[in-house]
Write a protein that binds this ligand. Structure first.
Ligand SMILES: [Zn+2]
Length: 478
């Protein structure tokens, strides 16, 4: 049997406190102990010690916690999580990894985001380091203003370990600096060709007349892009000088910067020249010392383009370790920010939190725990193969994991503190009386919330299905 003594408990409590601004929480510490080999039978026995240790740990300062944790850290070691199938990443240094999750602010975070971003989050949890939420907002035409706030809130809840939020449009000075550097290296040029003409030329591996302009003329054109009286939208782009003989035409002299006169929701009319995604991402990865990137495989070509920019800057040795993920292709669910937004405006949904929608807030409302998603992405691992799945099958797996998470007792402590007003969804378990014994919540029998075939919660006691539904798990809204 694995030894779980007071010292081990203290180590896990300190770890949890250090990772969460000085406050350890019973549920999380128990999770850690389960990973260490604690069995359910022993939970009751260790609870008094655990509660006492947590009180002690939470009473000391973060610096004291950190100091003591350093001494006890080795007791815990870097144990793989229970059932953890995630492979090790390559080239991980002692200080951990630096990685990112980069949504565009076109809507709140959805299921697809969770399934790709979660892996990066999990690896930072495993190795330590930094996890940036990087909001890609240099295309003013693709911004839904409330999404800035929503994405941050969603990421904080679902990942729980975002180190810093980077908003790209706040970093224009940095991008401009790199544009000037790339002009200086003669790796980019201002192209004023008609896009159709340009395409014809590169498709036949020929350069456009702008490609061979000297530095001086390029800088003159760059100033003309920046000037209000200069080029207008669509009249000039900055292109990267790649290999015109590249077998893939999409890699030949791709654009990096363009003029966009749409008023930016955050920056207003401050800028007219906007770097495109590939440039911003590369600059941010360089400036923030990213070491590992896990991204959807549809970005494979962009990763290639970004690597070309690293190379032009002479920074190829700093290029991060990149991993690609296949998609979840739902056979019966299309996730679209813009379509959902329209449907909400038309009154087809009550809002972004409508529980029929596959976005973070409604999933949270339905009682899903972040750990259930962790389990689903862990089970899949880093796979480049697309997974074709129906909603029913997906939610069946997710429901099983969620039940497992909730059964682990990890939420019980939080639950006991809840009062009726905080309880959002309560799903009775077979031994509900025990679960609710110490709680102020006294749910009535007809308050059963069940999940329909799509996994959506319904709370309609007159519905015969609700009456016959097998209670699955309870959830207490934090
Ligand atoms: Zn040109």
């Amino acid at each position: 049997m694995v030894e779980i003594d007071k010292k081990i408990i203290r180590a896990y409590a300190l770890k949890n406190a250090v990772e969460h601004e000085g406050r350890a929480v019973v549920g999380s510490v128990i999770s850690g102990l389960f990973n260490h080999g604690l069995t359910k039978e022993r939970v009751k026995e260790i609870m008094p010690v655990l509660n006492a240790v947590i009180r002690e740990v939470n009473a000391i300062s973060i610096s004291e916690q950190e100091k003591e944790y350093k001494e006890l850290e080795d007791l815990i070691g870097h144990r793989p999580e229970r059932g953890d199938a995630l492979p090790e990443l390559e080239n991980v240094s002692k200080t951990g990894i630096v990685t990112r999750f980069s949504p565009s602010p076109s809507g709140p975070m959805h299921l697809g985001h969770i399934l790709t971003g979660m892996l990066s989050s999990l690896y930072v949890k495993r190795y330590g380091g930094k996890f940036y939420l990087q909001i890609e907002d240099t295309n003013a035409d693709n911004i839904y203003e409330p999404a800035y706030k929503m994405l941050k809130e969603d990421a904080d809840w679902i990942f729980g370990n975002v180190s810093e939020v980077i908003i790209q449009s706040d970093r224009m000075k940095v991008y401009y600096k790199y544009i000037e550097k790339l002009f200086d290296l003669e790796s980019i040029y201002v192209c004023t060709c008609d896009s159709e003409d340009f395409k014809k030329l590169v498709d036949s591996q020929k350069s456009c007349p702008c490609r061979n302009l000297d530095k001086k003329e390029n800088l003159r054109r760059w100033k003309k892009m920046l000037s209000k009286t200069g080029y207008s939208e669509g009249e000039a782009v900055i292109r990267f000088k790649s290999d015109l003989n590249d077998p893939n035409p999409a890699f030949r002299d791709f654009p990096l910067v363009r003029i966009n006169l749409t008023k930016h929701p955050r920056q207003g009319k401050k800028y007219r020249v906007w770097p495109l995604m590939n440039l911003c991402v590369t600059v941010d990865d360089i400036e923030l010392n990213k070491t590992h990137i896990i991204r959807a495989k549809e970005h494979r070509d962009n990763a290639t383009r970004q690597k070309m920019i690293y190379k032009a800057l002479g920074l190829l040795d700093k290029y991060p370790n990149v991993y690609f993920l296949g998609r979840y292709n739902f056979t019966d669910l299309a996730i679209s920010d813009s379509k959902t937004r329209k449907a909400i405006e038309e009154g087809k949904f009550t809002g972004w939190d409508d529980i029929r929608l596959p976005f973070v807030v409604p999933l949270r409302k339905r009682g899903y725990q972040p750990e259930a998603f962790e389990k689903i992405v862990t089970q899949r691992g880093i796979s480049e193969v697309d997974k074709v799945i129906s909603q029913k099958d997906f939610f069946e797996v997710l429901n099983n994991f969620n039940r497992e998470v909730l059964k682990d007792n990890t939420r019980k402590a939080d639950f006991e503190k809840c009062d009726e007003k905080q309880a959002n969804l309560v799903i009775l378990m077979p031994d509900a009386s025990k679960v609710f014994a110490k709680s102020k919540i006294k749910p009535k029998k007809d308050e059963v919330v069940y999940f329909d075939k799509f996994g959506y919660a319904r709370n309609n006691s007159s519905d015969s299905k609700a009456k016959n539904a097998k209670p699955t798990f309870w959830f207490c809204h934090e």
